[in-house]
Ligand binder design. Structure first.
Ligand code: FS2
Ligand code: SF4
Length: 580
């Protein structure tokens, strides 16, 4: 196997025997086979659209779901990948039949001489029959996956170009995560749908051998992701209202309990509806914490609090949680025996042997098994109030609407010299020691600065007492939790409005971006920021393994993209305060 799509990759170069995430060589090959199959389906979808043949929305929904399933820490279940592969090939048959029925002969371009497709036919021409797929073992499919794999391709393509092609692929994975979340909340954007198919078709064309064209397409991924994040933001705020600053309890309440992790607010919503009046409390975990900011979710009194921290601590935290757990999206890691029979997956999340709650966009899911598991479990038998202990809280819900509501105060504080700088410190969390840098940086920022945060990276510092205070001489909080990683959209809206207020562009603001990245959602958010022309962004703790020094050099030259100085947060803070 070979996989270098995420930051925690082995030795900073690539996972070759088993993923640090737990991904096996077999699952890696199944994902590579699925990606090849999705490329073929996308070539057909893009061609049909160009020919004026209607592409049903379900086809795009599938492309997005299958793409999301290959994101880090989402799906580790080979049987599910077999189903995805079968569906991809069946949908190509469906599109071909629709094209023929519309009188369109031929099919998408499929040049024979592209080095990455030397072992199997071009993806647009390569089809697995449903009868073969019905009988095929995972091992047979793994062997096919080997022929389509990154492990094979990387010896065929010059590393800088390969890295850029992979950057485009990983950007699509992040983008499709957000469109999938939006679809679950009832929103889609046909322009975004069509772009994803077009971008996959680009990867199957001779143009993908041109570094300049590939870089251009990569920035288009960033541009399209802005639309996807806006779509998701609109879906959330339409359904659940604009987030407002809300205190979140960080302690249990006595009683039966369910823990919900991941990003899917609609799953949480449906679960809250189905548990209402049952006596079961629902707790958020990891990226679900910002749910408390939404009036349409916070109105449920049995949304009891947040339990635990970021995803990478889940094995310990889930073992100790006295009830079932629902993983709605990434990041899942190998379930321990202690909770394997009480963790449930849904959406594109999967782990072999773990119960899965089915249901797609627009459907109501049946969470009764989860609720029964909660009723059968012990639940929490004590709470801090029993001993007169104080209950710790943090505040979330500072999305764009809430922050823009105090934009006048922000401008005033800057003009009066009380607010010197704004840091955006957020993104992903992970277990590597160098990630301490982000907590240290947050702690070391001066009192007269504001920290915007989002994503699970905030768990490094979200409850630090000094950051719970206000900026001296202002009514503004020092720490502003804007939400999940997708709420980078809120940060972009706020930065653009502040730039307008100060008569400058975002690069002219006293604002620095210090981003922790792990997986491909962070990759696509970075592409969006680069598309917007934002300079001096820092990422870390390590640079992406898939970018060679040459391709990183292009980004450094064009955007002054920097890697954090993980051992020296003071030096980074000094530079950021000088807008460097
Ligand atoms: Fe955190 Fe994991 Fe949000 Fe990332 S829960 S690192 O995939 O999506 O951020
Ligand atoms: Fe390794 Fe990350 Fe790939 Fe998992 S997703 S195999 S940790 S590079």
């Amino acid at each position: 196997m070979f996989c270098y799509q995420c930051e925690q990759t082995t030795k900073g170069t690539g996972c070759t025997t088993k993923g640090v995430c737990g991904k096996t060589p077999e699952t890696t090959m199944m994902q590579d086979l699925l990606t090849y199959s999705v490329k073929g389906l996308s070539c057909w979808a893009h061609w049909c659209k160009e020919q004026g043949v209607t592409v049903p929305p379900e086809i795009y929904t599938f492309i997005h779901a299958a793409t999301f399933s290959c994101l880090t820490n989402v799906n580790f279940d080979d049987d599910r990948f077999k189903e995805y592969v079968a569906t991809a090939h069946q949908l190509v048959d469906q599109l071909e039949a629709a094209a023929r029925a519309a009188g369109k002969e031929g099919g998408p371009p499929s040049p024979a001489d592209l080095p990455q497709f030397d072992l199997l036919a071009h993806p647009a021409n390569w089809r697995l029959g449903q009868s073969f797929l019905a009988d095929a073992s995972v091992q047979q499919l793994v062997a096919l996956g080997q022929m389509t794999s990154l492990e094979h391709r990387r010896h065929k393509i010059e590393p800088t170009l390969l890295g850029l092609q992979e950057l485009l692929t990983y950007g699509l994975r992040g983008l499709c995560a957000y469109t999938q979340h939006a679809a679950m909340a009832g929103a889609r954007n046909p322009e975004v749908d069509a772009f994803v198919a077009e971008a996959y078709a680009f990867l199957c064309s001779p143009d993908a051998s041109d570094i300049g064209k590939t870089l251009g397409k990569i920035l288009e991924v960033g541009e399209t992701n802005l639309k996807a994040m806006a779509l998701l933001d609109g879906a959330h705020t339409t359904k659940f209202g604009h987030p407002t600053p809300t205190a979140v309890r960080l302690a249990p309440k006595k009683g039966k309990a369910i823990l919900v992790s991941g990003h899917d607010l609609e799953d949480l919503h449906q679960l809250l509806e189905q548990t209402e009046g049952t006596g079961v409390n629902v707790y958020t975990h990891g990226e679900m914490l910002p749910a408390f900011g939404y009036p349409g979710l916070n109105k449920y009194s049995h949304l009891a609090g947040n339990y635990g921290n970021a995803w990478y601590r889940q094995q310990k935290e889930f073992s100790e949680f006295p009830g079932p757990i629902l993983m709605t999206t990434n990041c899942i890691i190998e379930p321990r025996q202690a909770y394997k029979n009480r963790i449930f997956t849904t959406n594109d999340v999967g782990w072999a042997g773990v119960s899965h709650v089915p249901g797609g966009p627009g459907q109501t899911k049946d969470f009764s098994a989860l609720i029964k598991a909660a009723q059968d479990a012990q639940g929490f038998t004590s709470e801090p109030e029993d001993n007169g202990e104080p209950v710790k809280t943090v505040t979330t819900g500072f999305a764009h609407n809430a922050v823009l509501g105090v934009a006048g105060e922000v401008v005033k504080a800057v003009q009066e010299g009380n607010l010197k700088h704004i840091f955006l410190i957020g993104g992903c969390e992970g277990s590597e020691p160098d990630r301490r840098y982000f907590g240290q940086t947050a702690d070391k920022t001066p009192d007269n600065t504001m920290i915007l945060t989002l994503g699970c990276g905030k768990f490094r510092f979200y409850d630090h007492p000094d950051l719970q205070k206000n900026i001296p001489n202002t009514p503004l909080p020092r720490l502003v939790d804007m939400g999940q990683c997708n709420d980078a959209y809120s940060a972009i809206v706020v930065a653009s409005k502040l730039a307008e207020a100060f008569g400058t562009d975002v690069n002219g603001l006293p604002l620095s971006l210090d981003l922790s990245w792990l997986e491909q959602k962070a990759v696509v958010v970075l592409l969006t920021l680069l598309h917007l022309g934002i300079k001096n962004i820092r990422i870390g703790p390590n640079p992406p393994a898939f970018l060679t020094p040459e391709s990183l050099g292009v980004l450094v030259e064009k955007f002054n993209l920097q890697v954090v100085d993980a051992k020296n947060p003071d030096r980074d803070i000094e530079k950021m305060l000088a807008n460097k």
